[in-house]
Write a protein that binds this ligand. Structure first.
Ligand code: PLP
Length: 374
């Protein structure tokens, strides 16, 4: 890990727990220092306005809204689309359902109807259509939103295709909105070699994160129609997410989305390549097995072919106890990975991980497996 800035006391030297650990680039820090700012709650921050305009343009939508996090981006989208008591259809393993502290219920006052997704992260369209409730029966919640996650984290962060989103959109009633949780939308675009706008063309709204693989320190952006963004902005205010001179944060996001050497979108391809190399190294090691569940449903061995973006999900023989020991042994060797649901282990490549780090992780894994062999 080659950051000039010192790591926090808890951070492992080679940190593949998540792509959220990325530090801002030198160009981002310079832009943050220079950024013209104003009070964004009054609509006066030129740097926020520039980021929002750039994001709306890139994603092909009318308007955009800067928010502090992906979680808030999804929540304001739910609040803008869904009336209290409405129901949201989402993939069973979706972040909005499992990993946002049930904010859909606690804050948005909505219900969630999970649909089991395929190993490609797609809810079967027939199942979605079957789950829609709009009969007028007073017993039933009214389906008010459908959510797709792209990349879909639990499938080894596989990208969802625009063709699937188009088919899903065509099967839904025109008045039922479709939201894309695109925390890693740019990974999905780069992996498929497509303009990011193609991935959200058939969605009413989308969020993407600036502070994951794109390396900005803070922030996400929500996009959609001007009317939707107005409602999302009200929800952001309600949640305490109306920030003041936040242009210092948005400036880093503008750099991330730039074309050319300072932008951090095109380089995501390096993370994807390194994740594949990591999986190729791990899969031959005695004791490393398929992650199972959605990430690789069949096969004993970890299949590097399942790696298409920057997540490597796998498991170790020996269950939960061995997993904890393996993670601790990796930590002792300066490598940070995390336990993931369904008995899995997650490693995520990002801008702070170079080719030498990948080699070092593979070597540390071999030693950790030997040290924890039953
Ligand atoms: C798929 C997905 N959606 C949303 C989020 C939430 O983003 P944040 O951590 O910025 O709240 C994450 C975070 O990891 C995520 O993986």
């Amino acid at each position: 890990m080659s950051y000039a800035a010192p790591q926090g006391p808890q951070a492992p030297a080679i940190d593949v727990r998540s792509d959220t650990v990325t530090h801002p680039t030198a160009a981002m820090r310079a832009a943050m220092a220079e950024a013209p700012v104003g009070d964004d709650v009054f609509g006066d921050d030129p740097t926020i306005l520039a980021l929002e305009a750039r994001a709306a343009d890139l994603l092909g939508k009318e308007a955009a809204l800067f928010v502090p996090s992906g979680t808030m981006g999804n929540l304001v989208s739910l609040m803008a689309h869904v009336p209290r008591g409405g129901e949201i259809i989402a993939p069973a393993e979706a972040h909005v359902f499992n990993d946002e502290a049930a904010n859909y219920a606690v804050v948005a006052g909505a219900g969630m109807r999970p649909i089991a997704e395929t190993p490609e992260g797609e809810m079967p369209i027939d199942a979605v259509v079957d789950a829609i409730q709009d009969s007028g029966d007073p017993h039933c919640p009214i389906t008010s939103l459908v959510v797709v996650e792209n990349c879909h984290a639990h499938t080894m962060s596989r990208p969802i295709t625009p063709a699937y989103v188009a088919r899903l959109r065509a099967a839904l009633p025109p008045s039922l909105p479709l939201h894309i949780d695109g925390a890693r939308l740019f990974n999905a675009a780069v992996a498929q070699g497509l303009p990011v706008a193609d991935l959200v063309r058939d969605a009413d709204s989308a969020t993407f994160c600036l502070s994951k693989g794109l390396s900005a320190p803070v922030g996400s952006v929500v996009v959609g129609s001007a009317d939707f963004i107005w409602r999302a902005k009200r929800a952001r205010k309600l949640l305490g997410g109306g920030l003041r001179q936040a242009g210092v944060l948005a400036a880093a996001g503008i750099v991330a989305l730039q074309d050319g050497a300072d932008g951090t979108v095109a380089r995501l391809a390096d993370d994807h390549r390194r994740a594949r190399v990591l999986a190729e190294g791990l899969c031959t090691q005695e004791g490393i097995i398929s992650p199972g569940h959605l990430a690789q449903p069949v096969g004993e061995r970890l299949d590097p072919g399942r790696v298409t973006t920057n997540f490597v999900l796998f498991a170790v023989e020996g269950g939960q106890t061995r997993r904890a020991a393996y993670l601790a042994a990796l930590r002792d060797r300066g490598v940070g990975m995390v336990a993931y649901p369904h008995g899995q282990i997650r490693a995520v490549t990002h801008r702070g991980i170079d080719d030498a780090d990948i080699e070092a992780i593979i070597a540390a894994s071999g030693e950790a497996l030997a040290a924890t062999r039953p």
